[in-house]
Design a protein around this ligand. Structure first.
Ligand code: ZN
Length: 448
């Protein structure tokens, strides 16, 4: 019997490049990972890319595909974070990531001095109070805090998400100007949207200049200057979007799902897709926390068929640009996986281990476009020649290179639930079989 439940373990940003300090191996290749290797040896292996090879994806876009949804329906990170902090975003509103930053004027333009300045709770509260609302030409803007200096702007009125970012992400660079995106088509709808995008860009630019004018003069910054800290003088924005409805996960795939992943964006993504959500443990002891989250999984399976267990530790280690730290983090996670041996090696459970994207622990890139290793383990899963779980060995596996939404299709397949293409038992397009269909009654109801 094939398994009927799936545990998807996502080690965020696991994939990497080869580094001299690791004898030209990747951190995963160099790491001692007996438990992951054991699963690889008894399972099917391959590479995975949530988008197209070479494409550098952020976690939310990658996870959208990993959960089986098409890129064209992706709402943008702004709306997901808004949902994640409990905003009931309306369909015609726009949400944009925004955070307080240290800016300066250079050659008559705004430049980034420090992208994420340190500020305590009280300082952040004072900054927000100074600039949290704006209204101009029928467009309203409000700032909603997410965490620390990070927040989202909610725009209502005749607005469009099709505008450029202002956050350059690297200290020293100029802020890009706010401009409407160039539309690829010329339908009436697009013409209307182009007007909205132009107005949105103009009003948001005015608001950002207002935050610069207000915060530059703010007494809080006199104190900071006095203490030798960079003054926090503005907001920068990124990744605008608006919601578009998608069928909930359980209706599309026939699985009741739980996502265990930290941060507003994962909480928002779960809310958007109809997955239940829970925060992972975070006591500061990575191996212990991950082991305890794993130990809770059997209990969750009494209520769920699909569990997403996520840790962002490898990604964070890579962002610190420290290949040795990333190797150590991977080894700690492997030790934690060793404590869940009975669960992970139970053939009645489909275990899938992979990552959402690669994060290079050297160089200038934020994320990178190489594929990541992927393994499937459970009854009936093919066994290939791969004996180690890393980017290089995985390429010899029998799964080949899996991409995008194929991951969730493969999961349904290994749960014996994949719909034979063309079979229609429900009016709604869903990917599992048999669908949750309406039985044919013997008497025709009066209403038909
Ligand atoms: Zn990252």
């Amino acid at each position: 019997m094939m398994p009927d439940k799936c545990l998807l373990i996502v080690l965020d940003g696991l994939g990497d490049r080869s580094h001299e300090v690791l004898d030209w191996q990747t951190p995963l290749q160099a790491a001692h990972t007996p438990h992951l290797d054991h699963l690889a040896r008894n399972g099917a292996n391959g590479l995975y890319h949530a988008g197209s090879l070479g494409e550098a994806l952020p976690s939310e876009t990658a996870h959208f595909a990993m959960f089986g949804y098409d890129r064209k329906d992706f709402p943008g990170r702004g709306p997901l974070e808004a949902l994640g902090v409990g905003v009931d975003l309306a369909r015609d509103e726009v949400a944009i990531l925004a955070h307080f930053a240290a800016l300066e004027e250079r050659d008559g333009c705004l430049a980034l001095v420090r992208d994420v300045p340190r500020a305590d709770e009280e300082e952040v509260a004072a900054l927000i109070r100074a600039v949290d609302k704006w209204e101009q030409d029928g467009i309203r803007i409000r700032y909603v805090p997410v965490k620390g200096v990070f927040g989202v702007l909610i725009l209502s009125g005749e607005v469009s998400p099709d505008i450029t970012d202002t956050g350059p992400m690297r200290d020293g660079r100029f802020l890009p100007d706010l401009l409407p995106l160039i539309s690829k088509h010329s339908t009436t709808l697009d013409a209307e949207n182009a007007v909205r995008a132009r107005n949105t860009a103009r009003v948001l630019r005015a608001y950002l200049l207002h935050t610069w004018d207000t915060l530059r003069e703010h007494p809080l910054n006199d104190r900071r200057r006095g203490a030798g800290l960079s003054p926090i003088t503005g907001l920068v924005t990124q990744r605008a979007g608006s919601l578009r409805p998608v069928p909930p996960f359980s209706r599309r795939f026939g699985l009741r799902g739980l996502s265990i992943a930290s941060g507003a964006v994962f909480r928002g993504l779960a809310r958007h897709l109809g997955l239940d959500w829970q925060a992972p443990r975070d006591t500061g002891d990575l191996a212990e926390d991950f082991a305890r989250d794993l130990a809770d999984v059997p209990e969750h399976f009494t209520r769920y068929d699909f569990i997403h267990l996520h840790t962002k530790a490898p990604d964070e280690a890579a962002h610190a640009k420290d290949p040795l730290l990333k190797k150590a983090v991977i080894e700690a996670l492997d030790r934690a996986l060793g404590t869940g041996k009975a669960l992970l090696e139970n053939p009645g459970l489909l275990v899938v281990v992979t990552a959402d994207h690669s994060t290079p622990s050297s160089g200038n890139m934020i994320h990178s476009g190489e594929p990541v290793p992927l393994l499937f383990h459970g009854t009936g899963v093919r066994r290939d020649v791969v004996t180690r779980f890393d980017e290089i060995h995985a390429a010899q596996g029998c799964l080949g290179c899996v991409r995008g939404t194929e991951l969730l299709r493969l999961i349904l397949n290994h749960l014996d639930m994949a719909r034979l293409e063309g079979v229609r038992d429900t009016p709604e397009d869903c990917l599992y079989w048999p669908g949750d269909y309406q039985p044919l009654p013997v008497r025709i109801p009066l209403s038909k």
